[in-house]
Each structure stands twice: as C-alpha cells, then as structure tokens.
Write a protein that binds this ligand. Structure first.
Ligand code: COA
Length: 177
C-alpha cells in the first residue's frame, strides 16, 4: 500500500526520476524539467504537489498549479500537470489515489474547476470531461485538442463566452501544449 504526502523541494531528484522512467524518451526530459520547475514556482494561490511512497521510495508524483481567467476574478481554477507513476508500480491505483486526494484538497480550498491536458480514456475515469472544458479556452493552441478536459468541483455561475485560461510560468511554454 502506498502512502501519499505533500511533496517538498527535497523530493526534486526523486520526482525527476519518476518522470524520467515513466515517460517515453522523447517526452521524459521535458516533463521531468516541468515537474522540477513547478516545485520552485512561487504562486498565489499556491502550486503544490503530492508524492506516493512505498517503503520510503517515491513511486508517484502529481502537481497542481493555479490558472487565471481573462474576465473572471471570482472563479478559482487549477490545472493538473504532470502526473506519473514509476512503471514497476503502475496499475495499482497509485495514479488514481494521487488524483483523488488532489481533487479532495482542491475542493476544500473552494476551487471551482480543475483542468487537465491528457488522455480522455484515463482522466475520464475521474470525471474529467471534454464537454466541461469547452467553456474554457486553453492557453495555447493544442496539438491534441481532444485532450483538453475539465472537472467542476464547486459549481460557479456559467460564463456566456468561453473564458481564456492562463497558467503559471512553468507551464507557459507553447511547446508543452
Ligand atoms: C497514466 C499513469 C499515471 C497511470 O497510473 P497508474 O497508477 O498505473 O493508474 P491506476 O492504477 O491508478 O489506474 C486507474 C484506472 O485507470 C486505468 N488506466 C491505467 N493506465 C491507463 C491508460 N494509460 N489509459 C487508460 N486507462 C488507464 C486503470 O486500468 C484503472 O482503471 P479501473 O479504475 O477501471 O480499474 C501511469 O501509467 C504513467 O505514469 N504513465 C506514463 C506517464 C503518463 O502518461 N502520465 C499521464 C500524462 S497525461
């Protein structure tokens, strides 16, 4: 059984290792660097990360960072990125635990909507929907538009026009999208 805790900057190298092993060679460095950069992003509200440990070894990581909207100051949004579980420990619900605990924490903070840019087959299991995300424009043009997904945690008034989403410095790179 894995235990989940908040990540700190001391976990940086272990977190990098998880991503370097989990992602394919062409993506691994970029995602590991993103995970590392997010640990240093000083944002308000806070960027935070969770790690999953088994016998003291970090085997999973997930990060959540705040987003802003062009015309709404009231709406609170976050984005989930990145997420990885070390290959030998996959398919044991570690990814699911990291997502679910993250969603619980964000929900308690009063966050209205959580975005992710990823595989709808995986994230759909946790309630993320492309339909929900159509009310929000991603920060950059997407290579895979079907991967723009969102989940509403605390209902807020729907905007008439889609709201443009902006994200933290570490994610503000068109190459990541
Ligand atoms: C994607 C990833 C984080 C999943 O972690 P995991 O701990 O193996 O996932 P879980 O065991 O929690 O799986 C939860 C559910 O998703 C399913 N699932 C797991 N990987 C999946 C995938 N790649 N596609 C679709 N479904 C998947 C599981 O079968 C399980 O389904 P169930 O609830 O019906 O039993 C892990 O495979 C990984 O690190 N992959 C490489 C990096 C990556 O792709 N990250 C995500 C970027 S979008």
């Amino acid at each position: 059984m894995s235990s989940i805790r908040t990540a700190t900057k001391l976990d940086r190298d272990k977190i990098r290792e998880v991503h370097l092993h989990a992602f394919s060679e062409d993506e691994a460095q970029v995602v590991a660097t993103l995970a590392s950069n997010l640990l240093s992003d000083e944002t308000s509200p806070e960027t935070f990360a969770l790690v999953a440990e088994i016998d003291g070894t970090v085997v999973g990581h997930i990060a959540f960072s705040p987003v802003t909207f062009d015309t709404s100051q009231k709406l609170k949004g976050y984005i989930l990125a990145p997420l990885a579980v070390t290959p030998n420990y996959q398919k044991r619900r570690i990814g699911a635990q990291l997502i679910q605990i993250g969603i619980e924490q964000l929900s308690k903070k009063g966050v209205n909507v959580l975005f992710v840019y990823g595989d709808p087959k995986y994230y759909g299991k946790f309630g993320f929907k492309a339909e929900t995300a159509t009310h929000y424009l991603p920060p950059y043009e997407l290579q895979y538009p079907f991967g723009w997904l969102a989940i509403v945690m605390n209902e807020a008034g729907a905007a008439e026009q889609p709201l443009k989403v902006s994200c933290v410095a570490s994610l503000s790179d068109p190459e990541l999208w």
